[in-house]
Design a protein around this ligand. Structure first.
Ligand SMILES: Cc1cc2nc3c(=O)[nH]c(=O)nc-3n(C[C@H](O)[C@H](O)[C@H](O)COP(=O)(O)OP(=O)(O)OC[C@H]3O[C@@H](n4cnc5c(N)ncnc54)[C@H](O)[C@@H]3O)c2cc1C
Ligand SMILES: Cc1ncc(C[n+]2csc(CCOP(=O)(O)OP(=O)(O)O)c2C)c(N)n1
Ligand SMILES: [Mg+2]
Length: 403
């Protein structure tokens, strides 16, 4: 308890609630004159309506963690998306630039994405999570849904919508930009976000999506839209590679009849080839899509942003479509964007287990919402080294794919 008290000098328990609600109100009033934001995590699941009501009263934009995407993103006019390296500009701005932040059921670890100067009011069921990622001004142990219900009548309505409008508008622009980029390339190749957009468009309205750590997780959290019925999963707490297929196996077992999609990396799938046998043996109709970029892409990007020439990231892949067929699944490989939409529809309509292998553009970068000087410098350094070593084609491909 002493440790908690150091990080969070004013820790309150459930029994202090009315007094605490007044303290929240006072904090918002005295410190949130121009901007209040909500940052919701997976502890907000089931509290969608209550959080929206508080956001409306406080004129606050709602940013969410990755694990809260399918709980808070849908039917939410105040949604501004995620912050973090795989987040977007609007979520980043909402959290980092507000004057008061309501941190609700969230345990996001990266300190650099928390606001430097804002007053933070944190509510969480676990007392040892209060103040553990970042110092907070007020901390309350409580359940989000019931706390929001009780808090609402005590919050005086704020009137200025300026901050919320600014970040909501920024989010809308970012969504438009993402959509504009999620198209076939004019060279006939397949950008991974185009593939993701087609899956988003044709997947069932209550589909379950699982993604491998690596770039498929980024594409899932940025480009698959949720609607209150869809669920999204990735190894977010442990960050382990190749989790999409085993998660899909388990989820399909416990949700028979529901469409389960495994968004696998080529590196990830190759690690768990044996599980393809399980898919067939257990007759699980999961839909596996392989983002075949011929590399351990996420690590390739990390190495480049450190100024290195990528080392041990290239993969010599078999034709995963043919491998799938040999094992007994429906299998197909697509290399040209003109064939992709028809293939995605056929793959998703397959009644049994099906694997669609897609050769995607290999140089697509994951752009964070705020580009650190170090990473930008690293990319320049990588480009210079690659040019000097006769790998200029890679540098030009990287520029072309990311413009
Ligand atoms: C390579 C990599 C990159 C990543 N990049 C990002 C990124 O850019 N952005 C991002 O958002 N995530 C990212 N993640 C995931 C991130 O690390 C965290 O796992 C994730 O943000 C945690 O989400 P969370 O805080 O909602 O969930 P949790 O860690 O589960 O925390 C939920 C909190 O809510 C509390 N809680 C639970 N139920 C209730 C309740 N009913 N009432 C009150 N409190 C409750 C819990 O005690 C806990 O403190 C990344 C992961 C990896 C591996
Ligand atoms: C078990 C494990 N090993 C290594 C890593 C580090 N790692 C994270 S992503 C990644 C590459 C993933 O490659 P792939 O599945 O092909 O996805 P891509 O990023 O290329 O889309 C690696 C090696 C990890 N997270 N977990
Ligand atoms: Mg890969």
């Amino acid at each position: 308890m002493k440790l908690i008290s150091r990080c969070c000098p004013r820790l309150h328990w459930q029994r202090d609630r009315p007094a605490f609600h007044l303290k929240i109100e006072k904090t918002v009033r005295t410190n949130g004159a121009t901007s209040v934001a909500i940052y919701g995590g997976s502890g907000c699941r089931g509290a969608h309506a209550e959080i929206l009501a508080v956001a409306e009263r406080l004129k606050a934009p709602i940013a969410h963690t990755s694990r809260a995407k399918d709980a808070l993103e849908h039917d939410n006019p105040y949604n501004v998306g995620m912050t973090g390296i795989i987040g977007g500009e609007a979520g980043y701005l909402a959290v980092s630039e507000c004057e008061t932040l309501l941190l609700l059921g969230a345990d996001f670890a990266w300190r650099q994405f928390y606001p430097e100067h804002a007053k933070i009011v944190q509510i969480d069921l676990a007392p040892d999570h209060l103040g553990r990622r970042h110092p907070v001004t007020l901390g309350l142990v409580g359940d989000i849904k019931s706390t929001m219900e009780a808090l609402l009548p005590r919050l005086k309505p704020r009137t200025s919508t300026e901050f919320r409008d600014k970040v909501v508008e920024r989010h809308a622009r970012a969504v438009e930009t993402h959509r504009a980029k999620a198209v076939a390339s004019d060279r006939g190749t397949i950008p991974p976000i185009y593939l993701t957009e087609l899956i988003n468009r044709h997947a069932a309205s209550d589909a379950i999506f699982c993604a491998d750590d690596g770039t498929p997780t980024v594409w899932l959290y940025r480009h698959i839209e949720t609607n209150g019925k869809r669920r999204v999963f990735s190894s977010l707490l442990h960050g382990t590679m190749a989790a999409a297929l085993p998660m899909s196996l388990g989820l399909q077992k416990c949700q028979p009849g529901r469409q389960v999609i495994s968004m696998s990396g080529d590196g990830g799938l190759a690690m768990l080839f044996g599980e393809l046998l399980t898919v067939v043996q257990e007759k699980l109709p999961i839909k596996i899509v392989v983002f075949d970029n011929g590399k351990l892409g996420f690590i390739d990007i990390e190495q480049k942003s450190e100024g290195m020439l990528p080392l041990y990231t290239g993969l010599q892949n078999p034709d995963f479509g043919k491998v799938a067929e040999a094992i007994g699944l429906w299998g197909r490989t697509v290399t040209k964007s003109a064939e992709l939409e028809e293939a995605v529809v056929a793959w998703l309509n397959e009644p049994g287990p099906a694997l669609l292998n897609v050769k995607v553009d290999p140089m697509t970068l994951v752009m964070p919402p705020k580009i650190e000087w170090g990473a930008a410098y690293g990319m320049v350094l990588y480009s210079a080294k690659a040019m000097l070593q006769g790998q200029s084609a890679d540098v030009f491909a990287m520029i072309r794919e990311n413009l």
